[in-house]
Design a protein around this ligand. Structure first.
Ligand code: HEM
Length: 492
């Protein structure tokens, strides 16, 4: 089988390292490592060196996986690369290493992962469907009233559902403290997760320089973000504790864990605090790319709307119950994860033991940072015909369906995204509700001519379209009033 298991060799140390660009004396490939958009450089090297690359840097060895086969072989099937590297800036200096997302695979990671996994499994998410439907209806009303701010509405929608799920706390507006404290800590930090983005990640020794010397601005930035991160962890958590004592706490992930009292409080605090950063920017990026795709591919939009109109009764909005009867929406959602992947380089993995790759092919040294180049997989013409095109039909026929993006977009093995079902549910209900209520098209200039869309994407850890203009209009007067009534009934 194409993605079948590889044989493990007796002594992988005798195998050669994977190929890669020629290293320099002492610095190795350090200076060749791009500080942003490295997926492009890795893909360029792939043409020369193949699916799996080796880079020796001052910060340690790096193995880049440029194909689904290599990711499956090394990250999905084996546990030797299930750890995370030390993120000097984002992790140690700012303090994100308390969260399970980038924590090394220690006992605390295991405890946090267990808590999150059981709360986010598919069954558990079902009981949250009514809240997701309610929040989506409010989002529809906001799209009706101020369509140009669609990215802001998606931020509020995803922020409020994750705060409700995690802490049982209700958020009404983007000015709410619970949203603001998260954004203040997360936004300035995202750029620091990319390999080589800050010098201290390449030269960890710099961590020890005093903050006052010139050039140590990174330490001062880290200190100021750290304070915000502490607030982000503590403010909502302490509210739940106070409400619990007063007997007024609403059901939530945090309350369940506090009441069960299985884990110590510091694990619980970090585990609750891991949710927002993992959930919001990723889901907002997907939803924003959805708007772009619909504006660029009106035929796909019309086909999806025809499917919805056929299934949903007049005067109703779609719900989770309709999902099984909307197969084209399912294909469209797969294509959303492929067309513009949210995490072009996934999240970095780390090899804790020596291993081999591909059955007697290459030696993977212990201590290698392992980077899955998800972007390369999505653009590979061996996987996808005409990869630039947004074309859900590529997954339609089970006999000829192209590689399912859910096999890689949410990561691999023991580190696979535990929020997959939550993300999938949020994306489904938002996409299907917007398609039922609105037509999305390219913006028009003062002469009424369509303006071509050429939208740049952010270059940090998360790839999200930068703000762009788009026309989002209700499909009819009747549906506009349905959106208003439905939102009023929800009340939040
Ligand atoms: C479109 C939305 C999302 C995408 C594409 C996505 C993708 C990913 C990826 C690629 C990873 C790293 C997996 C690996 O290392 O192999 C990850 C980790 C994680 N995700 Fe998501 N995610 C999304 C939404 C969410 C949501 C909504 C939540 C929570 C409700 C969540 C929670 C997490 C957590 C806690 C981790 C860390 C897991 C660990 O290190 O053990 N994610 N996600």
């Amino acid at each position: 089988h194409r993605y079948g298991p590889s044989r493990i060799t007796a002594d992988s140390r005798k195998l050669p390292l994977p190929p890669g660009p020629k290293p320099e004396f002492i610095l190795g490939n350090t200076r060749q490592l791009p500080t942003h958009s490295s997926w492009l450089k890795f893909s360029e090297w792939r043409k020369k060196f193949g699916d799996i690359l080796y880079l020796s840097t001052v910060g340690g060895p790096i193995v880049v996986l440029n194909s689904y086969e290599s990711m499956y072989g090394l990250l999905q099937r084996k546990s030797s690369c299930a750890d995370r590297p030390v993120f000097q800036m984002a992790g140690r200096l700012i303090g994100f290493d308390r969260m399970i997302n980038i924590r090394q695979s220690d006992e605390k990671w295991k405890a946090g992962r267990k808590i999150i996994q059981s709360a986010l499994n598919n069954e558990a998410i079902r009981s949250f469907y009514p809240s997701l439907e309610g929040a989506t209806r409010t989002c529809l009303l906001q799209l009706l009233d101020s369509p140009h701010d669609f990215i802001g509405h998606f931020r509020l929608l995803t922020g409020k559902v994750i705060v409700l799920f995690t802490y049982g706390l209700k958020v009404e507006s983007s000015q709410d403290e619970l949203i603001a404290i998260n954004n203040e800590a997360v936004e300035p930090s995202l750029g620091y997760f990319a390999p080589g983005a800050v010098l201290v990640d390449t030269f960890p020794i710099l961590r020890h320089v005093p903050s006052w010397i010139p050039g140590a601005g990174f330490k001062r930035s880290a200190k100021s973000i750290k304070k915000k991160l502490d607030r982000m962890f503590e403010v909502p958590f302490n509210r739940v504790k106070t409400d619990m004592v007063a007997g007024t706490a609403m059901p939530s992930f945090t309350l369940d864990n506090l009441q069960n009292n299985i884990y110590d409080e510091s694990d619980q605090l970090a585990s609750s605090g891991s949710m927002y950063i993992a959930a919001v920017d990723t889901t907002v990026a997907t939803l924003s790319s959805f708007i772009l795709a619909m504006a660029l591919y009106p035929n796909v939009q019309r086909k999806a709307q025809a499917e919805i109109d056929h299934i949903i009764k007049e005067g109703a909005l779609p719900s989770f119950e309709d999902r099984d009867r909307l197969p084209y929406i399912g294909l469209l959602m797969k294509e959303l994860q492929r067309w513009k992947p949210v995490l072009n380089l996934g999240v970095l993995h780390f090899a804790t033991t020596e291993d081999d790759y591909g059955g007697k092919c290459y030696h993977i040294p212990k201590g290698s940072t392992v980077i899955p180049n998800i972007w390369a997989v999505t653009q590979d013409e061996d996987n996808y015909k005409d990869p630039n095109r947004f074309w859900p039909e590529r997954f339609e026929n089970p006999e000829t369906a192209e590689l399912d993006p859910y096999k890689y977009a949410f990561g691999f093995g023991r580190r696979i995204c535990p929020g997959l079902h939550f993300a999938d549910a949020t994306i489904y209900i938002t996409v299907v509700s917007i398609l039922a209520a609105f037509n999305i098209s390219k913006p028009r200039d003062e002469n009424g001519s369509e303006v071509e869309l050429d939208v740049p994407y952010t270059l940090g850890l998360i790839s999200c379209p930068e703000n762009f203009e788009c026309a989002i209009q209700p499909r009819s007067v009747a549906v506009a009033s349905l959106v208003r009534t439905a939102a009023e009934e929800q009340g939040w």
